[in-house]
Design a binder for this molecule. Structure first.
Ligand code: GLU
Length: 301
């Protein structure tokens, strides 16, 4: 399959240096491989996503010198597909209803923040029926126990890491989905949660290499499990180091990291940003212009 990488921002704020590093790293890798570069807007959370942030993202990425395939996939336009996948998992007894509160469900948590493991399991049928009758909202959780039974254990679940996890994990990595507990696949308010949408879209878009920050390394363990359950191909992972600011902390939207538009307004150029990040200069990266015809596959990747 032709090399394909993606950048998948959530339009919940403006892009900062950390995003630029991820986007450029994925883009450069796609170019170097003569492959595809895909931009995906992860806007399933309608309460936090805003069209003006999406417009700003497109503008910032174009300013950085990136070009991507059209049309851009917007997750909010494909909710029915995600629901279909959840229905299929439900029909196989792999998910259960959870009536916990918003806080207990970790709603509003960014994908890179660690989930609190949850393993409450389904409610007793009578209590569940009573709550449903009262019209109480619920989320769908993936049952790790049921998943383990369906796959005959997690021992053979692995993925290839071409970058490194936060503890230096690299090469053939064994997936540890159990550390996250019974994750939420569909939420009361949004109807679908991050991990499910990501694995479905990565497969649908033919993503061969998931190139993203190390802060999402734990997500790969959960996503690997979902790929196995949904019979989807497993991409190669390339988690990259995180850029840190002058205070030694990683750039984060929530900490009001200086945005790309602020940098641009201050006269910073994309070439300067690349140099500061230790990425190839714009000229060098032009020399890596896409090879129209990919070399015949050697069977790897
Ligand atoms: N949408 C996620 C974020 O903005 C990234 C998802 C991914 O790269 O897998 O943090």
């Amino acid at each position: 399959m032709r090399f394909a990488a993606r950048f998948a921002p959530s339009p919940t704020g403006h892009l900062h240096r950390g995003h630029a590093f991820s986007a450029l790293t994925a883009f450069d890798a796609a170019r170097a491989a003569g492959g595809r570069f895909v931009l995906r807007i992860e806007d399933i959370d309608a309460t936090r996503s805003r069209p003006e942030f999406e417009a700003a993202i497109l503008e910032d990425l174009a300013w950085l010198g990136l070009a991507w395939e059209q049309p851009v996939r917007r997750q909010s336009e494909h909710l029915a597909d995600y629901h279909q996948a959840i229905d299929a998992l439900r029909d196989r007894g792999l998910v259960y209803r959870c009536f916990r509160t918003r806080k207990e469900l970790d709603i509003g948590r960014a994908p890179h923040e660690p989930a609190r493991p949850f393993a409450g399991g389904p409610l007793a049928p009578a209590e569940e029926a009573a709550r449903l009758a009262r019209g109480e909202a619920f989320a769908w959780r993936l049952s790790l126990d049921a998943a383990r039974r369906a796959l005959g254990g997690f021992d053979r679940l692995g993925f290839v890491e071409e970058g490194a996890g936060p503890d230096g994990e690299t090469g053939q990595v064994r997936a540890r989905p159990e550390t996250a507990g019974d994750i939420v696949l569909a939420r009361k308010d949004v109807g679908v949660a991050y991990h499910l949408a990501v694995v479905l879209d990565d497969a649908l878009q033919g993503i061969t290499h998931v190139i993203r920050g190390q802060d999402l390394f734990e997500a790969a363990h959960i996503q690997r499990l979902l790929q196995a359950l949904l019979d989807l191909p497993t991409p190669t992972y390339r988690h990259h180091r995180l850029l840190v600011g002058p205070d030694g902390k990683r750039y984060a939207k929530r900490d009001r990291a200086q945005t790309l538009r602020e940098l641009r307004a201050a006269g910073v150029t994309p070439a300067q940003l690349r140099a500061e990040m230790g990425l190839l200069g714009a000229l060098d990266s032009k020399r890596l212009a896409p090879v129209r015809r990919p070399r015949p596959s050697t069977g790897s990747g």
